[in-house]
Write a protein that binds this ligand. Sequence first.
Ligand code: ADP
Length: 318
Amino acid sequence: MRPLVLFYLLVIYVLLQFSWWAYLLLELNNEVVEQKTELYELQKDQMPAHEVDFFSKELNQRTAMVVGEGLVFLAILLIGIYITRRSFNKEFALARQQKNFLLSITHEFKSPLAAVKLNLQTLQKRELEKEQRTSIIAKALNETERIHNLIENALLAARIESHSFQMHVEEFNVTDCISSTIQSRIIPGAELKNIELDLEDNLYMKGDALAISSLILNLLENAEKYTHDKSSISISLKQVKNHLIIEVADHGIGIADTEKTKIFEKFYRVGNEDTRNTKGTGLGLFIVKHIVDFHHGTIEVLDNLPNGTIFKVILPVD
Ligand code: ADP
């Protein structure tokens, strides 16, 4: 906030300074014309009558010039203030989001690591039944999976930012890619949300299979994260002419219309860091949007009925 206060103080100083100079200039102008008029009064007989008009015209012209230039200066100054204020706001928002990101990423790493440690200590210290052991191992694996995805997302976002993200384009089976991505998340004994799959068989596209897998993973993780009840999540894939349509639908908390465009921004998370109780970094949808763009596709956020969200991705086959 300090730079902004300094900036406004400087603006006020410039305005005062400028007004003072304008005032002095006008005063000086008046004095010159007054003196000329006095001179005229003294030499009335030798001067032609139209000279009087000339003096007052000159005064008016000079006043108009000073006022006109002043207004131009003021307009330029106001535009400058507006542009500076706007970029300041942008910087400020980015700094706040980065701070939020740091807070959340630290938290994101700490809590699954602590959970893994606790699970391993339990396994080490106690003689457990096979069922209990499977459940504890599943929990630990689930947490490591979270850390792994988090690191993957952070690396991918950094590569996108530095324009070093390269796609390995090849023709691949999207149906298999989606099912194996979902399969890879299933850990025996772990509690996962019910996922309904409706995938058309053997649909192919040209693109980066790993990137599409990351897209599905991010949309699926969000659907799970922002659904607090037991309702299921559905994923569908179909082909319409030369396009593949992937939909990930949940019956969760939904997204307000005003947020729908903002959620794809880097680090953007709905709500306030202090009041939010879901984990996340605000990178998931930023990555998803870039993957869609790299494939020359589109992504839409729709409201699900009666509640929840549908992410609809349309990708060209070629
Ligand atoms: P995050 O790590 O916070 O999940 P994302 O970039 O994946 O970051 O998502 C940005 C924001 O969009 C989230 O913070 C959340 O508020 C909102 N969001 C994303 N997906 C969903 C969803 N399926 N339902 C409700 N809100 C969602």
